[in-house]
Design a protein around this ligand. Structure first.
Ligand SMILES: Nc1ncnc2c1ncn2[C@@H]1O[C@H](COP(=O)(O)OP(=O)(O)OP(=O)(O)O)[C@@H](O)[C@H]1O
Ligand SMILES: [Mg+2]
Length: 370
């Protein structure tokens, strides 16, 4: 049985993480297709602004900020859905869903500080991904949510995301601004608060006035944000949530993957499997020396084309061996049995056919019926 069978079988959430460019989005798409093939109703959510998920699934029109059905020829039992996180739209949706009324929502959404918060609050993207996970997990159309995390050198960006806004709202400076709202929406006078005057001198009084208005408008909603953050954290720790670490066989990415594995473990999460993507195939069990010897023999006989082929095989085996050496620290870190190997395809992955080929490596393929 392949390491990923359990991942699509009964998981409720799969999180694909790993450093930049290793194949997280591709892996998320392969898992989505396989889960649908096994009769599950799966949604893949990507945070990748580079439209890679749409590209991998061969969707020329891209993906929207809400789940859309991806047609899969020959698959009837399950359904594949996909969406690309639109961070500002998601933020607005969360605000509107949690505001007491339209007026409160409008006050927040129209606020300039709110409009700049994407830059002001580091980790907004990851935070919104965790809000999206919360929303999709509760959506009855889906029984599996696959999260394709954004490129990051730091696994904690996503794992710590649920608490980002709650921690932000707890920050002393902002607490200070929120207090007056508890006493009946009195407009806080920046001028009368020495500490705010000091902050205002640094960040500019316009910025501060906007921020104060934002936190005033936010009053009462922070409880809901905190509750959801706790729910997402609990969901990430649930047995039904599986983390997949994706890597490729280069020294830097291997070091980063081992570092990710440590960080994930330190947070109390378990990596269900480690996918090593884009490995050069070994072409049998023969050695480099054997291929080189055969090349020499062919050359001695004047068979130049055959010699070139053996030379080529020797080169490929050299690359494959070097890759395996590079992988060794990761193998030692996660254990050989947890590693699932995926070969380098001759070209980039742009359609369901190529994803299906990768799926044959990621999952145990049933023997075709005779
Ligand atoms: N096994 C493979 N064989 C050939 N090409 C591959 C393979 N896996 C992925 N690719 C290609 O490598 C590129 C990077 O893959 P992908 O976008 O899935 O990585 P990523 O980890 O999501 O990147 P990012 O960190 O930028 O989001 C893509 O062009 C994809 O088509
Ligand atoms: Mg990606």
């Amino acid at each position: 049985m392949s390491g990923l069978d359990g991942v699509v079988g009964d998981a409720r959430v799969v999180v694909c993480c790993g450093s930049g460019g290793v194949g997280k989005t591709t892996t998320a798409a392969v898992i989505g297709i396989e889960a649908a093939r096994r009769g599950r109703n799966v949604v893949v959510v990507t945070i990748d602004p580079a439209r890679r998920l749409a590209d991998a699934l061969g969707l020329p029109d891209g993906l929207a900020g809400a789940p859309q059905r991806v047609p899969l020829a020959g698959i009837e039992a399950g359904e594949l859905w996909a969406m690309m996180l639109d961070t500002p739209a998601m933020f607005e949706r969360v605000v509107r869903a949690n505001a007491t009324d339209t007026e409160q929502a409008d006050r927040i959404v129209d606020n300039r500080f709110y409009q700049n918060i994407a830059e002001a609050l580091s980790g907004t993207q990851e935070y919104m991904a965790s809000e999206a996970l919360h929303e999709l997990h509760a959506d009855e159309r889906f029984d599996l949510v696959v999260v394709d995390t954004p490129p990051s050198r730091n696994a904690l960006d996503f794992l710590e995301a649920p608490g980002v806004l709650a921690r932000f709202l707890d920050h002393k400076a902002f607490r200070l601004m929120m207090v007056p709202t508890r006493t009946g929406f009195r407009v806080l006078s920046v001028a009368t608060q020495p500490i705010l005057r000091a902050i205002g001198r640094i960040v500019g009084s316009d910025v501060l006035t906007d921020a104060v208005a934002f936190f005033q408008a936010f009053a009462g909603m922070d409880v809901g944000f905190r509750e959801r953050a706790e729910e997402v954290t609990a969901l990430l720790h649930d047995d039904g949530t599986k983390f997949l670490l994706v890597s490729s066989p280069q020294r830097d990415t291997v070091t980063e993957a081992a570092w990710f594995a440590d960080q994930i473990a330190e947070q109390g999460f378990t990596v269900a499997a480690t996918v090593v993507n884009r490995l050069h195939p070994r072409f049998g069990d023969g050695s480099v020396a054997d291929a080189s010897r055969r090349a020499d023999t062919a050359r001695d006989r004047g068979e130049r084309e055959l010699a070139a082929l053996w030379d080529n095989l020797a080169d490929l085996r050299t690359v494959a061996q070097a890759e395996r050496r590079e992988l060794q620290p990761l193998v030692e870190r996660v254990g050989a049995e947890a590693i699932v190997e995926v070969p380098l395809l001759p070209s980039d992955v742009h359609d369901v056919a190529a994803l299906t080929v990768l799926g044959e490596h990621l999952f145990a393929v049933d023997d075709p019926a005779p």
